[in-house]
Design a protein around this ligand. Structure first.
Ligand code: MLT
Length: 316
């Protein structure tokens, strides 16, 4: 008789991924989202696989409730900040992510946020629907021939660079892990240090993971290096920019605007940035498109099946 495996899907993922799991012989799937920590602790020992997005924190405490049965944690997305990969690995649990599944969604959201910040679209929208025809307050910032600094020229950063070139921006990048040739092939000038990049460009956009190396990489000192009136975009990860320092730079007028999709603590409904006039915020929507959510759900489901069925898989 075929071995049976139980998989818990604890965050909302596309139905396509759930269908794939359900159709696999020997896999039983439970979709239980919005569980409290206590509810999750009470049931996790019944599962061989766990599929999450960003709402389930897989930390030591949760792992302590698994009683050795859990074999795989799959994250439908790129970032693994909500999974303690080291603690999971110590227990022999495979951790998977889907690094390519939402590249274009994050790229397009970055461009949307940048353009919205340049033209203050949400504020102009609110003014008009509030009954005011105000054209004077919304003088925009043109991207043509402006200098964009891409921090992290990986999958998403590269795609953002390509699109910015389409707007005829001059694109610069800082990424200690990327070769000059790769940057040049994208029409991007790779600079040798973050400080040099900040001194050079008019707009920065961050595309790095959140690691001990990148945490707080943009603070008061770094923001000071930007020219007055610069724009900052972060659709990557909360914590890369010091939020208090960003707040102060926006409030003082050092920065013209910021567009922020990710926050130190999420949900970020009482974040310090929310009260500012020159900031545009979205609730971590970078990966939220139909296409990318299908991609990541199908990819993670397939990988979880592969682990449970002892087939080839790619670990995170
Ligand atoms: C990611 O890491 O890919 C995204 O944050 C995924 C998500 O929005 O859930």
């Amino acid at each position: 008789m075929e071995q049976q495996f139980n998989v818990l899907v604890s965050d909302d993922i596309s139905e396509k991924g759930i269908e794939l799991l359900e159709q696999e012989p020997g896999i039983h799937v439970d979709v239980k989202t919005k569980l409290t920590r206590e509810e999750l602790y009470a049931i996790i020992a019944n599962y061989d696989g766990l599929v999450t997005r960003s709402m389930t924190t897989v930390d030591q405490e949760l792992l302590d409730h698994t009683s050795g049965r859990l074999r795989v944690v799959g994250r439908a997305g790129v970032g693994l900040d909500n999974v303690d990969v080291e603690a999971a690995s110590k227990k022999g649990i495979v951790v998977l992510n889907t690094p390519t599944g939402n590249t274009l969604a994050a790229t397009e959201h970055t461009m949307a946020m940048l353009l919205a910040a340049c033209r203050m679209i949400p504020k102009a929208h609110n003014t008009l629907v509030g009954g005011k025809w105000d054209r004077k307050s919304f003088m925009g910032f043109e991207l043509y021939k402006r200098k964009l600094g891409v921090i992290g020229l990986g999958r998403i950063g590269s795609q953002v660079a390509r699109r910015a070139r389409g707007f005829e921006m001059d694109v610069y990048a800082y990424d200690p892990y990327i070769l000059k040739d790769k940057a040049e092939a994208l029409g991007v000038k790779l600079l040798g240090s973050l400080d040099e990049l900040l001194r050079t460009v008019d707009v920065i956009t961050l595309h790095t993971p959140r690691t001990p190396e990148t945490l707080g990489m943009i603070g008061k000192r770094e923001l000071e290096l930007l020219p007055d009136g610069a724009i900052v975009v972060n659709v990557a990860r909360g914590g890369l920019i010091n939020e208090k320092d960003l707040h102060d730079a926006l409030k003082s007028g050092k920065l013209r605007a910021a567009a922020v999709d990710v926050f130190d603590k999420e949900p970020a409904t009482d974040n310090i940035l929310l009260g500012l006039d020159n900031v545009i915020v979205t609730p971590h929507l970078g990966a939220n498109t139909d296409a990318s959510q299908i991609n990541v759900a199908v990819m993670v489901a397939q990988q979880v099946i592969n682990v449970l069925k002892d087939r080839d898989y790619e670990g995170a």
